[in-house]
Design a protein around this ligand. Structure first.
Ligand SMILES: C[S@@+](CC[C@H](N)C(=O)[O-])C[C@H]1O[C@@H](n2cnc3c(N)ncnc32)[C@H](O)[C@@H]1O
Length: 234
């Protein structure tokens, strides 16, 4: 059945998977998602004292990584519109106790320019989930300071029938969906392949970023073309 990628449907997915989200991410990527997330934060290069946003923060992995870099005096705000997944982020950030991470239950697409002014923004596996990627990137542009940076990690939309594309489809269909079905979450995880199909490929992401006004745009693929990182500056 075709999945309609409305904000409400996507929110339901992440509320449903919230309690299994970290466990399944670790299992299905064999822990590699942590390496890719660390790479993203390294490339984003946050500095002590800065204010960073982790948009579509989910269970907060990126917020926790950013937090280590911006101390002392910096601040991280993790933003997500799915309450259940944000509750897990809140729980994770209590150990160790810290006072520099804040969690906001908000829809990225309804953020106003005046709501935030970040030195930098990270978004991992979030952009692909927005029902309007152009609007999402435009919102991000609006809430960055002048010269502010944004870094995105996501599944790469590889060229149709390339080795990377074939491997990605094989892995999603034969490993990810069957394993998630053990936890009664196959519908939720089948959505990944659908969402990659609609996700712009590298050149398109570069073009959209240029149109919005970003400069210093870099796009790279990692892990044999399975994942991608987009780096932009205002
Ligand atoms: C695949 S998860 C990624 C979570 C986390 N960043 C990670 O890498 O593990 C995508 C997240 O985006 C959130 N999300 C999707 N659309 C959103 C929107 N319009 N506003 C805020 N959060 C959104 C979902 O609730 C979900 O937690």
């Amino acid at each position: 059945m075709m999945f309609l990628r409305t904000t409400k449907n996507v929110k339901n997915i992440f509320n449903n998977v919230s309690y299994k989200y970290d466990f399944l991410n670790n299992l299905l990527s064999l822990g590699l998602h942590q390496l890719w997330k660390r790479k993203l934060v390294k490339l984003a290069n946050p500095k002590a004292g800065e204010n960073w946003g982790d948009l579509c923060c989910g269970t907060g992995d990126i917020s926790l990584l950013l937090h280590k870099k911006i101390l002392p005096n910096g601040r991280v705000i993790g933003i997500d519109n799915a309450k259940s997944i944000l509750d897990i982020a809140k729980m994770k950030s209590k150990i160790p106790k810290n006072n520099s991470i804040y969690w906001h239950n908000k829809d990225i697409l309804s953020i106003k320019k005046t709501d935030y002014k970040f030195d930098g923004i990270c978004m991992s596996y979030g952009l692909r989930n927005l029902n309007d990627i152009y609007k999402g990137l435009n919102k991000i542009y609006g809430i960055l300071k002048e010269d502010g940076k944004a870094a995105f990690l996501d599944f790469n939309h590889a060229r149709e029938k390339s080795l990377a594309d074939k491997f990605q489809k094989f892995y999603l269909r034969n490993i990810v969906v069957p394993i998630s079905s053990i936890f009664k979450l196959s519908k939720e995880y089948s959505y990944i392949e659908e969402s990659i199909k609609d996700f712009p490929c590298g050149n398109e992401l570069i073009d959209i970023s240029k149109k919005i006004g970003f400069k210093k745009i870099q796009f790279k693929t990692i892990f044999f073309g399975q994942m991608c990182i987009l780096l932009v500056q205002k």
